[in-house]
Design a protein around this ligand. Structure first.
Ligand code: GLA
Length: 749
């Protein structure tokens, strides 16, 4: 993945086999030229600068009045220089000025990818996996030096960008905006795709044409949020799963974010991604450096599916870290929906015994195991085991679970605190709370000030003690409220603008320390379901609870939307009881499992209440998952039929192994329709010249060959997999509503 630097023309070309990213330095400023499909390397691409000046625009300088920032695509737009759009860098200097002038100083190309201090980021394991260009700009008057980092990966159509800002002057300054990356596209014929939602309906795919002005997504909640994931894509109209150009932008960050698309009136589009400037104001003393999070930009000429698979591969292999990155994930049972807060040790052991008997590998004890926690009004913050509920404490309970042949996992919610806890009484100053203002509750709880290193130390200490007290194999790290009253009582008034970001740095620090201390433990992140399902979290916890909504029908949309960026191996997905606890729908056990298989599989129900028939079915599901989890966890996912299309009655997706030898295809139909015609779905990712045996897998673990003969990859991808319901036309003995069908394809020689 070379980074070509043409010294004579100051043109930088970052490329691999999949894409090119080109910019040039003119008059001392770096201007973007091209981002897209790979083009041959050339000395110069100056004509791509475009119209550098238009009537009434402000010139670059007196020496260069006929170029204007406004009509060039700046790699680093900064405040005060006539760019006239939202900048990537804005600083208030000691003089009160926000006028900056950052010019090119030097560049270096380093093999591999440097780590970003204190922040999660993509990485490489060997230096030949990526090259990084470090472009340094400086403004000697303002006393600012900026390094722009660009990493291009071998074999991935992705580029990672971030920025370091140093105060090189003698006076303090304040950063008001420090975005991770700015991307200029010389077109506006694109549609904005975002993942919008709310609690229990996270990450719906929303798509709308761009228009002049600013559009985009953001979070001002202190976490990446259920509402807007830190991701946007810009797709050509008509771009489908399989075809068309698309640019995806994903921010590796878990706090307040802003992903804006600014379309000017000359059909030029600027994407800015980074920490939300709202509430951000970062004092930088002389000699200090600020490192932004990174943004990953992916280009595809082959549709949304290809874009997603680039994100999946990168995030699964080079963002997730640790022992569990590549290990098969355990099939778990979580007691939350089985018992909520109403349990004791015997009840838990009963549920675990029933689950272990079905082949389930890990028992997770959710909320409610600590003192003063019989409902969600109290207890958070002290992290003392409730030995009335659990007389053998965690160590004894874990031992009993282990004796059943299962691993033991535990729920924690480190960032939160309830009133009337010991920690609150002893350290009221550790709670985020503005002087004299009311404290605003959410789920009866408040937020600890993780921008304060003492709080991080306290939490590390308490949780380290809890986790090391028992044989714990898994931790579910929850975070059940958004931040408000964001004021750090232990921080100087002039540093309060740091608190939102410093809070999330504290969260990362705690994650870093606990995952380093317990490298054998599988961490799963969670935030009231999927309120912090973001790339930052994936760096510490390779899987995340996708949503509190476990209804099979709702999950089709939630898992489809999530899969735009995040791999199957990251999506916690469990079979729960019916009527479902979120929407009260009754779906067949088969459909619930057929949906949950496409994630990190588990159960969220009381296994002691299953009927004999259900136990047999669950046993078969668990066996199926064990047999197929490698294919599901490491395979490539192809989305085939969108639940967001039309009336959303159908959905289909599949996973294929790397060599296209084996595939699993799932088709779901929410409601039965009367008198329907032939149905099929075109598959993807197969070898067109290979032949596949196609079997339908049934709930009782039996299977039947579909065509009575092998089918070619070409047939399955071009004509499609036949899904015609035997009962179509006349309902004779059809499944009715909530149909799910699972097919296995195996290449035959
Ligand atoms: C959140 C999580 C749930 C469960 C509860 C416990 O809502 O998403 O899975 O852990 O908290 O309070």
């Amino acid at each position: 993945m070379p980074i070509s630097v043409h010294a004579e023309t100051s043109t930088f070309h970052l490329y691999n086999d999949e894409m090119s990213y080109i910019f040039t330095v003119r008059e001392g400023y770096p201007f973007h030229l091209y981002f897209g499909a790979r083009v041959p390397d050339e000395q110069e691409f100056d004509y791509l600068l475009g119209e550098a000046w238009m009537p009434s625009s402000v010139g670059l300088s007196a020496a260069c009045p006929h170029m204007s920032f406004e009509h060039l695509r700046c790699e680093l737009p900064f405040s005060g220089a006539g760019d006239m759009r939202l900048p990537a860098l804005e600083a208030v200097l000691a003089t009160g000025s926000r006028v900056l002038n950052l010019t090119y100083r030097e560049h270096t190309v380093v093999p591999g990818k440097p780590a970003l201090s204190g922040l999660p980021a993509t990485y490489v394991e060997r230096d030949d996996e990526a090259d990084t260009l470090v472009l340094t700009l400086a403004d000697d008057v303002a006393g600012i030096a900026v390094s722009l980092l660009y990493t291009v990966f071998a074999g991935r159509a992705a580029i990672a960008r971030s920025m370091q800002v140093r105060n090189t002057g003698a006076a303090p300054l304040v950063l008001e905006r420090a975005m991770s990356g700015c991307f200029g596209l010389e077109r506006d014929d694109l549609e904005l795709i975002e993942l919008a939602g709310s609690w229990a309906r996270e990450r719906s795919v929303v798509r709308a044409p761009l228009h002049p002005g600013i559009q985009g997504v953001y979070s001002l909640r202190g976490h990446s949020s259920h509402q807007f994931n830190p991701f946007i894509a810009l797709a050509e109209p008509g771009c489908t799963e399989q075809a068309g150009e698309v640019y995806g932008f994903s921010l590796v960050y878990s706090g307040n974010h802003a992903m804006t698309v600014d379309v000017d009136t000359y059909h030029s589009t600027r994407v800015l991604a980074g920490i939300s400037p709202e509430g951000f104001s970062w004092p930088l003393a002389p000699g200090e450096t600020f490192q932004t999070p990174e943004v990953v930009a992916v280009y595809s000429a082959h549709g949304l599916g290809d874009m997603s698979r680039t994100f999946h591969g990168l995030y699964r292999e080079r963002l997730a870290r640790g022992a569990w990155r590549d290990r098969p994930r355990p099939i778990l049972i979580n007691n939350w929906e089985a018992t909520y807060f109403d349990f004791n040790e015997e009840k838990l052991v009963e549920v675990a015994r029933a689950a272990g008997d079905l082949g389930i590998e890990l028992f997770v004890l959710d909320d409610g195991w600590f003192t003063n926690r019989d409902d969600d009004h109290g207890g958070l913050g002290d992290w003392e085991v409730n030995t009335v509920k659990l007389p053998s404490s965690l160590a004894g309970l874990a031992r009993r679970i282990n004796e059943l042949g299962m691993e033991f996992g535990l729920w924690i919610e480190p960032e939160m605190v309830n009133p009337e806890t010991r920690v609150w009484r002893e350290h009221p100053e550790w709670v985020l709370h503005a002087p004299g203002q009311p404290l605003r509750p959410c789920r009866h709880q408040y937020v600890l000030d993780l921008s304060n290193p003492d709080v991080v130390e306290y939490l590390y200490d308490r949780l380290e003690r809890v986790i090391s007290s028992a044989n714990i194999a898994y931790i579910k790290w929850d975070m059940n409220r958004s931040l408000a009253d964001v004021y750090s009582q232990t921080t100087k008034p002039e540093d309060q603008g740091r608190v939102w970001h410093a809070f999330i740095l504290g969260v990362y620090e705690l994650y870093q320390r606990l995952t380093a201390r317990f490298p054998h433990i599988l961490f799963e992140s969670c935030a009231g379901g999927g309120g912090r399902f973001d790339p930052g979290m994936l760096a510490y916890a390779p899987q995340a609870w996708t949503s509190d909504d476990t209804d099979a029908v709702e999950r089709l949309k939630i898992q489809w939307g999530t899969s735009l960026v995040y791999p199957v191996s990251s999506m916690g997905s469990h079979v729960s009881a019916v009527p479902n606890h979120q929407v009260f729908r009754i779906t067949p056990l088969k459909m619930r499992a057929d949906v949950a298989y496409f994630g990190t599989f588990g159960y969220e129900l009381d296994a002691t209440k299953l009927t004999e028939e259900e136990r047999a079915a669950v046993r078969a599901q668990v066996a199926f998952m064990k047999q197929h989890r490698a294919l599901i966890q490491y395979g490539e996912q192809y989305r085939l039929k969108s639940p967001f299309a039309g009336r959303g009655n159908e959905c289909a997706w599949m996973v294929v192994d790397e060599e296209s030898r084996e595939a699993l295809v799932a088709y779901y139909r929410v409601l039965q329709e009367a008198n329907v015609g032939r149905r099929s779905v075109r598959l993807a990712g197969l070898d067109p010249s290979a032949w596949y045996e196609v079997c339908e897998l049934r709930a009782d673990a039996s299977s039947s060959r579909l065509y009575g003969r092998p089918a070619s990859g070409a047939e399955l991808m071009r004509i499609g997999l036949d899904l015609t319901d035997e009962s179509a036309g006349q309902i004779v003995s059809g499944q009715g509503d909530f149909l799910s069908r699972l097919f296995k394809l195996v290449r035959v020689s």
